[in-house]
Write a protein that binds this ligand. Structure first.
Ligand code: PLP
Ligand code: COI
Length: 355
């Protein structure tokens, strides 16, 4: 251990890999910085976190993560502005949601100081890895899994919390084509849809693969009971513009309470965009597409930011979205990224300076 940052011991790499990275051609989440933060939960307590070189983990085959899937994560980004200052966007919301996910998966909550100080210390150390061009950022992946052992189907007695960082470009390279799902479901009432549990994503892979084979990028999930109401997309909340009204579904047991989603709703209200948070039926969207009142659809999330949808498929028919001059997606994306990259005013106090 050579240094302390925010009182967290740091074991530095002998030589950095940063020079191997092509920062002009970053994809999403495929290269990782030199260090990671690790904290262990044992005997009912969180041990002090430490920063160590990014490295493989050693786990026993009986670790419960492999058998019962106790695993949760968050998705955040660090942004660098023209002066080299580094910013987070509403990090407290991610911290709180992490513990909501932990509770639902019968995992221990993480103390605030481990999440926040650990995150800030790691980002300060890895500052040089943050891309500065608009559209790129340092993707932050805090996650926790059951490292405790045993085949008994019950919660583990020990857990590992890690924050790993990945300098990243855009999640989608262009406009997105989505398929409205008629058969499979992502989540059910009383289930774990509102948690960022790893298994929620594994369960989406197969239906999403089927959609990709048909020429779509992503599935829009519908309610498990009737498949008649829009829920959310793979890693995004969904917005629909009919006429001049911006609609999104209410959050529930089945839908992640997205931080981008709630930020967009607030910004839209401030721009006097009429918004409605209510159930949106597929029939309503299809009818609006046929009548020409469906003006926009877009997904919203940390990774995807605001991703316009070019077309959606439903019951074997493709419906294209028009190009509109006064795009809400463009306006809202500009407002939110201006706050994130410190290129505009932040009247909400959502921007959090790290260094
Ligand atoms: N819905 C799901 C299932 C997600 O994985 C995400 C991404 O985190 C979102 C919505 C958007 O949430 P946020 O805006 O907090 O990133
Ligand atoms: C995010 O938007 O940060 C997410 O967690 C989505 C992820 C599944 C790529």
């Amino acid at each position: 251990m050579s240094t302390l940052i925010e009182n967290i011991p740091v074991e530095k790499v002998k030589s950095s890999r940063i020079h191997e990275v092509d920062f002009d051609n970053l994809s999403f989440g495929n290269v990782f910085t030199d260090h990671m933060l690790v904290a262990e939960y044992k005997n009912g307590n969180w041990e002090n976190p430490k920063i160590v070189p990014y490295q493989p983990l050693s786990l026993n085959p009986s670790a419960k993560i492999f058998h019962y899937g106790q695993s949760i994560f968050e998705g955040m980004k660090a942004y660098k502005d023209a002066e080299g200052s580094v910013w987070l966007f509403r990090p407290e919301e991610n911290r709180k949601r992490f513990n909501i996910s932990a509770s639902r998966m019968a995992m221990p909550e993480l103390p605030e100081h481990i999440f926040m100080n650990g995150l800030e210390a790691l980002i300060k150390l890895e500052k040089d890895w943050i891309p500065s061009d608009l559209g790129s950022s340092l993707y932050i992946r805090p996650f926790m899994f059951a490292s405790g052992e045993g085949f008994h189907a019950s919660p583990a007695d020990s857990y590992t919390f890690i924050i790993a960082l990945a300098p990243s470009g855009a999640y989608f390279s262009g406009k997105v084509r989505v398929l409205i799902e008629e058969k499979y479901s992502r989540a059910a009432n009383g289930g774990v849809g509102y948690a960022k549990a790893g298994g929620n994503y594994a369960g989406q892979f197969y239906p999403t693969q089927l959609a990709i084979e048909k020429g779509y990028h992503q599935v829009i999930w519908t309610d498990d009971n009737t498949h008649e109401y829009l829920e959310e997309a793979g890693a995004m909340n969904v917005f629909v513009r009919i006429g001049d009204t911006l609609l999104t579904g209410p959050t529930s047991d089945r839908i992640l309470d997205g931080i981008t989603r709630k930020s967009i709703l607030e910004i839209a209200n401030d721009f006097d965009i009429p918004t409605e948070v209510r159930k949106i039926s597929v029939t309503e969207v299809v009818n609006a597409a046929k009548e020409g009142t469906l003006k926009e659809m877009f997904g919203a999330g940390t990774a995807a930011v605001v991703s316009p949808i070019a077309a959606f498929g439903y019951q074997g028919v493709d419906y294209s979205l028009p190009e509109v001059d006064d795009s809400y997606a463009t306006l809202l994306k500009k407002q939110i990224t201006d706050i994130q990259y410190n290129t505009g005013e932040d009247k909400y106090g959502w921007r959090h300076k790290v260094v």
